[in-house]
Design a protein around this ligand. Structure first.
Ligand code: ADP
Ligand code: ADP
Length: 225
């Protein structure tokens, strides 16, 4: 079954077209890599699928429901309760400890603080960071911060995880550790993943890849051999 879908989506920033009839359907539990050149519309597509941006025309369907016609409050409820997010630079809250950062989505969803922190705590073993729960994000390496960001993206067991260049700021070995974690945890939870990346090595972790070019989605070109 399809988890999330864009149908013929168009979106412009002022007079700059970013999406020009983009269509993609992501199956439930599928890990999809969205590749393509810089400026081709990858982030805009992700933001439309996630209900952060509303298309000028076309449809976004989540679980069969049109989210493009929902109110901002309904879409923000979906982002809070059904979707998880990981961005290029972890975007951890620097004033909070690592474990508090992981707990944030649970707190926003109304889980009680002790329960949220208990659940968040449980992630650190698998992050390879047991004992680092109380560190502030400024005290973490880039790879550690990004692993914490992945735990935060998945802790509330979202139906869809949106990851925009999650390894973009990391060297390749650290990026692979981050992808190993992301893919293993998403598979275990059955989470659908929309992964924007320009790195073929990162896309190789996905079940399928598509290429965005000039605001449209294509299957990758394969050179016949
Ligand atoms: P990608 O993620 O593939 O690099 P984007 O979706 O970020 O591409 O951008 C698609 C197009 O929209 C580009 O031409 C980009 O310059 C433009 N764009 C993106 N964000 C904005 C913005 N906030 N304001 C104006 N133009 C933007
Ligand atoms: P880019 O892809 O251009 O580097 P980012 O992916 O880092 O940009 O973030 C783009 C936008 O997404 C920002 O405007 C930010 O406010 C918004 N955003 C990030 N996280 C969330 C969220 N959880 N819910 C709603 N909006 C978010």
């Amino acid at each position: 079954t399809v988890a999330i879908e864009a149908r013929n989506v168009e979106f412009s920033f002022g007079t700059t077209p970013a999406l020009r009839g983009a269509s993609i359907a992501v199956d439930s539990g599928e890990i999809l890599a969205v590749m393509g050149p810089s400026g081709s519309g990858k982030s805009t597509l992700l933001h439309c699928l996630a209900g952060i941006l509303v298309p000028d025309s076309g449809e976004i369907l989540f679980d069969g429901a049109r989210i493009d016609s929902m109110t901002e409050a309904e879409r923000s409820g979906l982002r809070r309760d059904r979707f998880g997010f990981v961005f290029q630079f972890g975007q951890l809250v620097p004033e909070l400890t690592a474990v508090e950062n992981v707990a944030l989505p649970l707190l926003f969803s109304g889980v009680r603080r002790t329960e949220a922190l208990r659940k968040a705590h449980g992630w650190f073993d698998r992050l390879g960071m047991d004992g680092m729960q109380q560190r502030r994000s400024g005290e973490l390496s880039g790879g550690q911060a990004q692993r914490v960001a992945i735990a935060r993206g998945l802790v509330a067991e979202p139906q869809v995880l949106f990851a925009d260049e999650p390894t973009g700021a990391l060297d390749s070995l650290t990026g692979e550790q981050v992808m190993d974690l992301l893919v293993a945890a998403a598979r275990e939870q059955g989470t659908t993943v929309v992964l924007v990346t320009h790195e073929p090595r990162v896309a190789a972790y996905a079940d399928r890849e598509v290429i965005v070019r000039d605001g449209r989605v294509n299957a990758p070109d394969r050179i016949a051999s």
